[in-house]
Design a protein around this ligand. Structure first.
Ligand code: IDP
Ligand code: MG
Length: 162
């Protein structure tokens, strides 16, 4: 393939914001969750361990501010440390959502992260961006530009067709 086509394809590889929520951290599921994305072939480009403020969470979930469960959601999400991450790859936003499973674990298919590892919607262990646009917004909220790393994994040629 011509180099310029390969470059254009590489650029089309988008980024998504994935976060292990406080219950996922407390239950010791961080490694298991990271492993799913790593094994799939997606590329980790940012990660931190942080106890988020209510202020940050209110911005993160601003779209849900009018929902009756919003105060409980902010309380739950600010109840302990979380692991925000940025993953990169071809169609990673959509595929990431498929890997997470439905919002309510009662409806999440077995084999998905939520389907396998949790039971209730208010303790669904993981967040994933729902569109490229919200991924951009969320990455900007949780990470500085310098914290998102451009790098080329050694196995890239074995994950993607050249
Ligand atoms: P998503 O996390 O799958 O994108 P959203 O509708 O964006 O789902 O909701 C954000 C988060 O709010 C959910 O992951 C869940 O933690 C919480 N949530 C959503 N609906 C309910 C509810 O009916 N009761 C309690 N918490 C909810
Ligand atoms: Mg959402």
């Amino acid at each position: 393939m011509a180099a310029y086509v390969a470059r254009a394809m590489a650029e089309a590889r988008e980024r998504t914001f994935i976060m292990v929520k406080p219950d996922g951290v407390q239950r010791g599921l961080v490694g298991k969750i990271i492993k799913r994305f790593e094994s799939k072939g997606f590329k980790l480009v940012a990660l931190k361990f942080t106890w988020p403020s209510e202020e940050l969470l209110k911005k993160h979930y601003a779209d849900l501010a009018t929902k009756p469960f919003f105060p409980g959601l902010v309380k739950y999400m600010s109840s302990g440390p979380v692991v925000p991450m940025v993953w990169e790859g071809l169609n990673v936003v959509k595929t990431g959502r498929v890997m997470l499973g439905a919002t309510n674990p009662a409806d999440s298919a077995p084999g998905t992260i939520r389907g396998d590892l949790c039971i209730q919607v208010g303790r669904n262990i993981i967040h994933g961006s729902d569109s490229v646009e919200s991924a951009k917004k969320e990455i900007g909220l949780w990470f500085t530009e310098k914290e998102v790393i451009n790098w080329k994994p050694a196995n890239e040629g074995w994950v993607y067709e050249d």
